[in-house]
Structure formats: C-alpha cells, structure tokens
Design a protein around this ligand. Structure first.
Ligand SMILES: C[S@@+](CC[C@H](N)C(=O)[O-])C[C@H]1O[C@@H](n2cnc3c(N)ncnc32)[C@H](O)[C@@H]1O
Length: 190
C-alpha cells in the first residue's frame, strides 16, 4: 500500500520532515531558500503560493518563520528588526485544503492547540512548540520536565547528543514532535 503524502511548507533543513517520515509519510518540502540538507524531495518556492497541486497531498504541515512571534525579538540587539507575521496567511491557505493540516510555531505565537516540550519525550531540553490543526490533537499530561531551560547553543548540543544530527539547526524542531503528531494525522486519515 502506498504511504500517505505530506506537504512540508517552510521546510527548512527538515526537522519536521524526518519526524513525519518516521510516522509513516512520504514527504515533499517547499522552502524559498535552497535546502541542500533536506533529506526528501525538495521544491524551491513561496510556501504561501506553493508550486504544487495541493489536492495531490493527503496532509499538510506548515512551520512559518517564528522570529516575529518569539520573545527574543525584544532583545536589545534584535529590537527594530522587521519579521513577517505569516500565521494568518497560512491559515487562509490551509482553509482551502480538504485534508488534515498542522501549523507549528513558538510559545508566544497566536496558535491555538497543543504544546509539546522535550521533557514530554524524556529529552533534557525544553524547546516548547505549539501545534494548531483542523483535527483534534492529543498531548500528554503529567510528564516530568527537565530542570532549567537550556539556551539555544546548549539546546542544539543536547539535541545532537540525543540522536539528532543532520537536521539540527536553530530553527528545526525535534523530530519526536512531528513523529508524535504524524501518527495522529495518519489515524485521522484512516
Ligand atoms: C522555522 S523554519 C522551518 C523549520 C523546519 N520546520 C524544521 O523543523 O527544520 C522556517 C523556514 O521558512 C522559510 N521561509 C520563510 N518565508 C518563506 C516563504 N515565503 N516561502 C517558503 N519558505 C519560507 C525559511 O527559509 C525557513 O527555512
């Protein structure tokens, strides 16, 4: 039986993609910048006007840029920088899609839905990410949280020590998050 096909919008280096692949999807990524490390089929283009036929896909994931929503935008050396706030435009795009979709972003973003943290998967970092969807997503309750909130560089080092290599960069998300979400998407498709 062919695997379901997921469109990975704003795909970056492929953190989300690897998790969805582990959950059982074939994945095609779209990003406006070349992504030579992306491990699946990649198409360069604008994710808000994707150069593909959306109806060819069973599910869509979108990770629009988070800098404009992140609390780090208040740091003195980042203040005044302009960052696009693309979540409303992504919601409009996905409203046209018939299948299940997921939008991922940072803690301070306006996404409605579940939040996942490293501690929920026994990982020693926080890296909280929110997920909004048109299906009911389930998260965990009562799982322990590691002490402290490692900063970016330390967090990336920890991720590499815990089995993530090629797909770790400042923006990629832990693969376990989308593997967890991907399994729920596949159930919804069934
Ligand atoms: C948060 S990162 C994605 C991280 C990815 N989900 C992962 O886990 O590896 C956002 C990506 O969006 C891309 N991007 C920003 N604006 C875009 C646009 N209009 N169309 C396509 N890609 C865009 C950036 O180049 C960047 O790679």
């Amino acid at each position: 039986m062919p695997k379901p096909l997921l469109l990975d919008l704003f795909c970056g280096v492929g953190g989300s993609a690897v998790g969805y692949h582990r959950a059982g999807f074939e994945v095609v990524g779209v990003d406006h910048k070349p992504q030579p490390r992306y491990p699946f089929e990649f198409i360069q283009g604008d994710a808000l006007s994707p150069p593909v036929d959306l109806s060819a896909f069973d599910a869509i994931h979108a990770s629009p840029p988070c800098q404009g929503y992140s609390r780090t935008r208040h740091l003195p050396w980042l203040k005044g920088k302009e960052h696009p706030l693309l979540i409303p435009a992504v919601r409009r795009l996905l409203a046209e899609f018939d299948g299940p979709w997921v939008i991922e972003n940072v803690e301070d973003s306006p996404l409605k839905g579940i939040a996942l943290r490293g501690g929920m998967f026994g990982l020693p970092y926080r890296r909280l990410r929110k997920f909004e969807s048109n299906i009911l997503l389930m998260a965990f309750v009562g799982v322990s949280e590691p002490v402290g909130t490692p900063g970016r560089m330390f967090g990336n080092r920890l991720r590499k020590q815990h089995g993530e290599t090629d797909i770790v960069d400042d923006q990629s998300i832990p693969t376990v998050y989308t593997e967890f979400i991907g399994k729920q998407l596949i159930q919804a498709l069934c």
